[in-house]
Design a protein around this ligand. Structure first.
Ligand code: BGC
Length: 882
C-alpha cells in the first residue's frame, strides 16, 4: 500500500480551477497509518512544462492552510502541487501525494475585455419581460490545446457551446453585493470546442439582479434593468497562440422561449418557441434557423475590478427524488407527494399537443387536502410548460427554485403520469458533507435528518431564512445561531467566508450590521436599518466559530474590522452604563408565548438580551484580536467585555444567582455567555432554569435566542436529565412535536402546523427554517460526545453523556485533519465506547464519572464504563479501558 498524504486542497475550495487567490493556502491530511507530522515538503510544478520548485524539508507540524510556498500565480497560471511528509520520528518521508491542480482565474481587472451584452429590445409596457438568449458564432482556425470560459451575468446565466451545456452549476453567479462583488465562474471547455465553426451562447434569467425580490412580492431591478452576459472564452492553440471570444457588440440576442422567470414566481416556457439547435454552429446540418429574431445586442458597462472568483462551491443538483404518491383528482389535477420537503424544482418528461400547457404548483404542506399556498405569500411558485406537439420532451425550469414537498400538476396531456415522468431535483450549494449523527431514538434521528434538510434547503449560495416565500434572505441572526450546527454537517467555510465579506460591505458606516445581507435597499419594513442584538453579532461570533471549526486565522483577520465596528457601535449605544437599553430589538424572536402576528413579543426583556450579546461579542472580539496578534485591541475588548458583564450582573442578576427576568432564555444567556461567574450563583441559576423547564412540563419556552443555548446551560449546571426531557418531549412546543406531525424539515415556528392540522395563522409561517434546529450542535457535542477543543479539531474532546432513554449514539465528523468518530452503546449499566482520533490530532476521552484520558493521534480506542441507570456515573474503575 502506498503511504501518502491525501491530495493537497486549496483554500476552502473543492476545485482549484479559476481560483481568485494568487497565493492559495494549502491543506492536506496525513497518510492513514501515521500519527503526527514532523515535517513536510511541498512541490509546485508550474505551468504545463512542469518546472518544479521544492521547499525542501520544512520542520513543522502544520497541515492546514499552509502559506503558498512559491511566487504568486499570475492570471491563468496553472500549477500542480504535491506534498510528502515525515511523521512519527521516521527518517524517510512518505510517498508524494497525487498532484492537485490549481489554476488562477482572471486576477487583474485588465484581464477582462468582455463587457455586458443583452437584449436591445424595449421593455414590454405591461411589465412582462421576456428573457433573452445571447449568442456568438466564431471560427477557430488552429488545433486547440485548451480553452477556458470565464463567465458571469447581470442576472443568471446558463452557457452553451455547440449545443452542449457548459458546467452543471445552477443559479450562477449566485447572489452577492453585486455593485462591488460579482462572482464569475471558470470552466474548462476544451472538449466542447472544435477547429472550424463554433457557437457560444447563454440563456439569461432575471434572478436576484433584476427579478422581483423582497417582501410583499418583491422589488424589481434591485441592481439594474439590464439582463446581460459577461463572458470571455480564451482558447490556447497547439502553437501557443490564443483566440479570445468575449462578449462585445458582435454578439446577437433573441427572445428565449422562457416567457417569464423569477425566483419567486417560477418559470414559464413555451416549447413552440424553442429552437433546440440555437447554440449549434451554423455549418451543422441540424443547426437552428438563426432566424431574423437574432438582433445586435445592447452593450453595457461593468467595472472589471468588481468581478471576483468563487470562494466556495457553486449551487448544483445534488439529488433526485421520485414521487412517493401520485393522486389523480376528478378534475384532472394530479397531486404528487415527494415524501420530503426540499428545495429544488421539477423535471418533467411529457408528450402533448402543441399549445397544451402543463402547470406545476408547489407547496410545503397540504391543508384540507389541497396545496397550502398561503405561507408562500406573494411567491406564486408556479412553473408552466407549453408543449410543442413534436414528441416527448424533457424540461426543467432554469432560473427559479421552490421549497416544496407537494406539487400539483394540471393540464397533464397524457392519461397517466408515467413512472419517471416527474422527478424532484434537489438544489443547494454543493458543499462537502462532513458530519453525521445517529442514535437509538428514531424520532431524534428524524429531527437530525430534518436539520440536515433545512440546511440543504437554505444554503443556496447564501445562508437564507427560508426557501419558499417572498423572502429567502440572508438573515444574519438565523445563521449566527445555526453556524455551529452547519459547520459540523457540511464544509461551509468558503461559502460563509464569502457571505461574511458581503456582511462587511453592507455594514453601515456607523457599524450597524443589517438584518439581512445582501440588503434590499428601501425595503419599507426594514428601512432605516437599525442595529439588532443577536443578528448583528454574526460579525463577531460567526468568524470565530468558523475559525474554531476550520482552523483559519486569516478568515478572522479578514472580518475583524467588521466585528470591531459592530462592537464599537454597541459601546457607543450603551454609553457609560455599559447597558444596551435603547432602540428597536427583535428579542427572543418566536418565543412560543409570542402571538402569531408579533413574534418579537417574547417573555424575556429585549434589553437583557441586547446587553448579554454585547458582552459576548466584546469577549469574542477580544479572543479574535488575541488570535490575530492584535494585543492592544485584545486588551481593550477584554476590558470592555468585563465591564459589560458586570453591568449586566448589576442590572439583571441578584446576588444569589436568581435573575430579575425569570425566563429560561434569560438564564440560558446568563449562564452560557459567562455572565454569571461565581460557582454558587451558577448553581442557583442552573437550578432555577431546571425548575422553569420542569414547571413547563419540559416544553420549550424559548425563541431564537434561548433555544440554541438551553440544553448546554442545563448540561453545564448538572441538569443533563432535564435537557434530555426537553429533547425527547413530543408535545407542542418542542423539537419533536413537528416530527410527530410528519415534518421532514425544521419548522420556523414551534407550531407552524397546529395539532389539529391547521396552519399557524401568522403571516410568517415557513416549514423550512434551520434556526430552531441549532440544537443539533448540542446533539453532536453532548449526546454523541464529539467536540473540538482547539481550532480545526486539532484537539478533540470525546465526552458522551448518555441519557433520555437513548441506548446508543454515534457521530462522525470529517475534520480538516481527517475523520473523527465516536460510537457508544449502553447495555444495562455498561457503557461501551469506541472512538477514532484523526491523524495529526490528539484527543481526550471523558466518560461519565471518570477522569479524562489522553488519546494519541491517529488511533482508535475502545473503553468501558459503568454508569447508573439514571445516567449518573458510578465512580469505580472500569474493566478494560483504552
Ligand atoms: C425571517 C427570520 C428572521 C426574522 C427577523 C423573518 O421573516 O424568516 O428568520 O430572522 O424575520 O425578523
Amino acid at each position: 500500500m502506498r503511504v501518502q498524504p491525501a491530495p493537497v486542497s486549496f483554500e476552502h475550495l473543492r476545485s482549484g480551477l479559476g481560483i481568485g487567490a494568487s497565493a492559495p493556502r494549502l491543506s492536506w491530511t496525513l497518510p492513514p497509518q501515521t500519527k503526527i507530522q514532523d515535517a513536510y515538503e511541498l512541490e509546485v510544478a508550474r505551468g504545463y512544462a512542469g518546472e518544479r520548485v521544492r521547499t525542501g524539508r520544512v520542520t513543522d507540524a502544520r497541515q492546514r492552510l499552509v502559506a503558498w510556498p512559491d511566487l504568486p500565480l499570475a492570471s491563468r497560471e496553472r500549477a500542480g502541487v504535491r506534498v510528502r511528509v515525515w511523521a512519527d520520528g521516521a527518517d524517510t518521508p512518505s510517498e508524494w501525494s497525487e498532484p492537485s491542480i490549481v489554476e488562477a482565474g482572471l486576477l487583474e481587472p485588465a484581464d477582462w475585455i468582455a463587457v455586458p451584452v443583452g437584449a436591445a429590445w424595449p421593455e414590454d409596457p405591461n411589465g412582462e419581460r421576456r428573457a433573452a438568449r445571447v449568442r456568438r458564432d466564431f471560427d477557430l482556425a488552429r488545433p486547440i490545446a485548451r480553452a477556458r470560459l470565464y463567465v458571469t451575468a447581470h442576472g443568471l446565466y446558463e452557457a452553451e457551446i455547440n449545443g452542449t451545456r457548459v458546467g452543471d452549476d445552477a443559479l450562477s453567479p449566485g447572489w452577492t453585493v453585486y455593485p462591488l462583488r460579482l462572482r464569475y465562474y471558470t470552466y474548462d471547455v476544451t472538449d466542447q470546442l472544435a477547429v472550424g465553426p463554433n457557437t457560444l451562447g447563454a440563456w439569461l434569467g432575471d434572478g436576484w439582479y433584476r427579478g422581483r425580490y423582497g417582501f410583499d412580492g418583491g422589488t424589481r431591478n434591485i441592481y439594474g434593468t439590464d439582463q446581460s452576459l459577461i463572458a470571455q472564452l480564451e482558447v490556447v492553440h497547439d502553437d501557443g497562440s490564443t483566440t479570445v471570444i468575449a462578449t462585445d457588440s458582435d454578439w446577437l440576442a433573441a427572445p428565449s422561449p422562457i416567457l417569464v422567470s423569477g425566483l419567486y414566481e417560477g418559470e414559464s416556457f413555451d416549447a413552440r418557441l424553442h429552437d433546440a439547435a440555437w447554440s449549434l454552429p451554423p455549418d451543422r446540418p441540424d443547426a437552428g434557423s438563426k432566424s431574423s429574431e437574432w438582433t445586435p445586442v445592447n452593450v453595457g458597462h461593468r467595472d472589471p475590478s468588481t468581478l471576483i472568483a468563487p470562494q466556495g462551491p457553486a449551487v448544483r443538483c445534488t439529488e433526485e427524488i421520485a414521487p412517493v404518491s401520485v393522486l389523480k383528482r376528478g378534475d384532472g389535477r394530479i397531486l404528487v407527494d415527494f415524501g420530503q420537503n426540499l428545495v429544488g424544482r421539477l423535471r418533467i418528461t411529457v408528450d402533448g399537443p402543441a399549445g397544451a400547457a402543463v402547470t406545476l404548483r408547489h407547496a410545503e404542506v397540504l391543508e384540507h387536502g389541497e396545496l397550502a399556498v398561503r405561507p408562500l405569500r406573494e411567491a406564486s411558485s408556479t412553473d408552466t410548460y407549453i408543449c410543442d406537439g413534436k414528441g416527448t420532451r424533457t424540461w426543467e425550469p432554469r432560473f427559479t427554485l421552490h421549497g416544496f414537498r407537494y406539487a400539483e400538476i394540471s393540464g397533464w396531456p397524457e392519461a397517466q403520469l408515467a413512472p419517471g415522468a416527474v422527478t424532484a431535483r434537489v438544489y443547494h450549494t454543493d458543499m462537502r458533507r462532513t458530519g453525521w449523527f445517529e442514535c437509538s431514538d428514531p424520532l431524534i434521528n428524524r429531527l437530525h435528518e430534518n436539520v440536515v434538510w433545512s440546511m440543504r434547503g437554505n444554503f443556496v449560495d447564501l445562508p437564507t431564512d427560508c426557501p419558499q416565500r417572498d423572502e429567502r434572505l440572508g438573515w444574519t441572526g438565523d445563521i449566527q445561531m445555526f453556524a455551529p450546527t452547519a459547520a459540523f454537517l457540511y464544509d461551509c467555510a468558503g461559502m460563509l467566508d464569502s457571505w461574511l465579506a458581503d456582511v462587511g460591505i453592507e455594514q453601515l458606516p456607523d457599524g450597524t450590521v443589517p438584518w439581512y445581507v445582501p440588503v434590499i435597499p428601501g425595503e419599507p419594513m426594514w428601512t432605516p436599518i437599525q442595529p439588532g442584538a443577536a443578528w448583528g453579532d454574526v460579525s463577531t461570533l460567526t468568524p470565530w466559530l468558523l475559525h474554531q471549526r476550520f482552523d483559519d486565522v486569516e478568515l478572522l483577520r479578514r472580518h475583524f474590522a467588521t466585528g470591531r465596528k459592530w462592537v464599537d457601535l454597541m459601546d457607543r449605544l450603551a454609553g457609560p452604563s455599559r447597558l444596551w437599553d435603547t432602540g428597536f430589538q427583535l428579542g427572543d424572536w418566536l418565543d412560543p408565548v409570542a402571538p402569531p402576528e408579533d413574534p418579537a413579543a417574547g417573555r424575556t426583556d429585549k434589553y437583557l438580551i441586547a446587553t448579554a450579546y454585547f458582552a459576548w461579542s466584546a469577549r469574542h472580539l477580544a479572543r479574535i484580536a488575541h488570535t490575530i496578534g492584535e494585543g492592544l485591541h485584545a486588551h481593550r475588548y477584554r476590558t470592555l467585555a468585563d465591564q459589560v458583564a458586570s453591568a449586566f450582573r448589576a442590572q439583571w442578576v441578584c446576588p444569589d444567582g436568581l435573575m430579575k427576568v425569570d425566563s429560561a432564555t434569560a438564564y440560558a444567556l446568563a449562564l452560557q455567555f459567562d455572565l454569571i461567574t461565581s460557582p454558587d450563583a451558577r448553581r442557583r441559576a442552573g437550578d432555577r432554569l431546571a425548575e422553569l423547564v420542569l414547571a413547563d412540563d419540559a416544553h420549550i419556552s424559548t425563541g431564537f435566542i434561548g433555544t440554541p443555548l438551553l440544553c448546554d446551560a442545563l448540561t453545564d449546571t448538572g441538569h443533563l436529565d432535564i435537557a434530555y426531557q426537553l429533547l425527547t418531549q413530543t408535545e407542542c412546543p418542542s423539537w419533536l412535536y413537528p416530527v410527530t406531525q410528519g415534518a421532514t424539515t425544521i419548522w420556523e415556528r414551534w407550531d407552524s402546523m397546529r395539532p389539529d392540522g391547521s396552519l399557524n395563522p401568522g403571516g410568517m409561517t415557513s416549514f423550512n427554517h434551520y434556526a430552531l434546529g441549532a440544537v443539533a450542535d448540542w446533539m453532536h457535542r453532548v449526546v454523541a460526545g464529539l467536540e473540538a477543543t482547539s481550532p480545526g479539531y486539532r484537539t478533540i474532546r470525546f465526552r458522551p453523556r448518555p441519557g433520555g432513554g437513548i441506548t446508543s449514539a454515534k457521530a462522525r465528523h470529517e475534520t480538516p485533519y481527517g475523520a473523527a468518530a465516536i460510537e457508544w452503546e449502553l447495555a444495562g449499566d455498561v457503557l461501551n465506547v469506541d472512538v477514532t482520533v484523526p491523524a495529526g490530532c490528539t484527543a481526550e476521552l471523558e466518560l461519565p464519572g471518570r477522569d479524562p484520558v489522553a488519546l494519541a493521534a491517529g488511533s482508535s480506542h475502545h473503553a468501558v464504563a459503568h454508569i447508573a441507570a439514571d445516567g449518573v456515573a458510578m465512580r469505580e474503575p472500569a474493566g478494560e479501558n483504552c
